[in-house]
Design a protein. Structure first.
Length: 155
């Protein structure tokens, strides 16, 4: 099950440029303090190739915070391209992957169900950023929650 690997989330910034010394973490905290909570809207289901089903996510503020995070991490052009950031950024909420045991047909069926379930679109308030770290290969655990416009909660 995917939740044993990672919690449902909208990726704001991939690991490119984030070094193991965690010096970037203070800049992330600052960016969160300077950002007010905002709303995102979940849109239609879509696919990355045939193997990843996701819900699209719409929010101008999310794009702005993404750009700020990329700038503060200063990844290389190669990392920006490899992790689909800036102009390649596609905000999304992953629903399922074939790499987690589902067939391509099950993803197609799930997309049709999601289209019915998430119509009209849902929106919700984003009031925190959760920083994850890779604890094992492709397995992520919470490092820290950062409240937007407020204080942090370290685990």
């Amino acid at each position: 099950m995917i939740t044993k690997v990672v919690e449902p989330h909208i990726t704001l910034k991939a690991q490119g440029g984030l070094t193991s010394d965690r010096k970037w973490l203070d800049r992330v905290r600052e960016a969160c303090l300077e950002t007010n909570p905002f709303r995102v809207e979940l849109g239609a289901p879509a696919f990355f190739g045939e193997d990843v089903l996701y819900l699209s996510v719409h929010s101008a503020e999310l794009y702005g915070l993404h750009k700020k995070m990329v700038q503060m991490a200063a990844p290389s052009k190669h990392q920006i391209d490899a992790y689909f950031e800036l102009d390649h950024f596609v905000p999304h909420l992953t629903l399922a992957k074939t790499s987690h045991g589902l067939s391509k047909q099950e993803l197609v069926d799930m997309a049709a169900a999601a289209e019915r379930e998430f119509h009209p679109s849902l929106s919700f308030k984003v009031d925190q950023v959760r920083v994850y770290e890779e604890s094992r290969s492709h397995t992520y655990t919470k490092l820290e929650d950062m409240v937007l416009g407020g204080k942090t909660d370290t685990c």
